[in-house]
Design a protein around this ligand. Sequence first.
Ligand code: SF4
Length: 383
Amino acid sequence: MTAPMKFTPETVSAVPESSHAEMVNEVKDRFRYATTRYIKNLMEQSDAVRKQFAPSFYELMDFGKEQPFEEGKDNSGIYGLERIYEDRAVITPYFGCASYCRYCFKKTRTLAGDNKVMAEENIDAALEYIRADSRITTALITGGDPLAKPALVYKILEQLSAIPHITKIRIGSRHILFQPDRITSELAERIASYNRVDPEKPLASKNISVGVSINHADELQPEVIRAVQQFTKRGVTVRGQMVLMKGINDNVATLKNLLDHFLAVGIVPYYLFHCMDVVGTYHMRTSVQRGLDILAQLAEFSGTYSVPYVYVTPVGKHRVAPGMQLDYEEIDGKRYIRRKSPYKAERFLAFSGKKSLPELHEVDEDGYIVSRYLDGNDTYLPY
Ligand code: SF4
């Protein structure tokens, strides 16, 4: 039987099971599928890990944004440099990863793009841009997976750390999980060497930290914990981020267990992200409210479980917290969350270099951006 090329959330149940395998092959043609041996083994042992990395025929569903951020032709005009917040610059030296997460919010770049590495002149231009704007105090080196190419990271770190107004440098990487044996003492030592605390002028200190996405306690195997320790024992903070995903971690017991693991091994719990409306993620997205309900129950155990919960829009993160009343709006049969952002339109347009606000965003009478974010739902599709 020939697999239907297009189907929607409304017609998904009509897709015959006999077509699924053929459709998964189509998914692999469209989006990269790669895992390290380490992840492959974990996928065999854990359903929560398998669901994050195994391609699913649902990825062909007519759903989701192709390009949530205008990376590449970025607001700065420099390949690999992005700026959404006034005080932060994001450098993406490399869009490739050693394993590919199906929910990746940069999916059309990482799983489907050309994975072009920032050229020397792009890096120089990015650093010059940061050097010239003292409002930028934080630099995030992210990916793709920057630690897959440590030489590139060292090169950027060397110059970034010499910029006086850059006081916080964050490296976002899942390499700790994908190839824990690559987090060697040498690599950790080199990264830690950029941590410079100045007791006389604390605000002139340089802090370097590593952020890693860990979505389920099954990912925290002994090798991964040892890789985390390579950093923590050298004074580099490791923050754990989580993406809330249907059938993977969207319940109180699973998230509590994950946070207990974080706290036990010295990973600082950081953001809980709502899974973004990226192409091919329909089956993984819960409602934003579900995350709020889980966090409300977790807060009853201890304040340490009260992690910041955010959803991400093209103008930046929106923080939501238990007890908050979400304001819904239906557009073309889809449910959106309408919310006043903490960002003033005039400032956003000025520092981002964009000419207009993204689609479905508007300005309120006080000049703040009002965003609309596509919500998920709590209907479970088997995968
Ligand atoms: S490691 Fe990060 S950048 Fe790479 S595929 Fe996963 S989520 Fe995307």
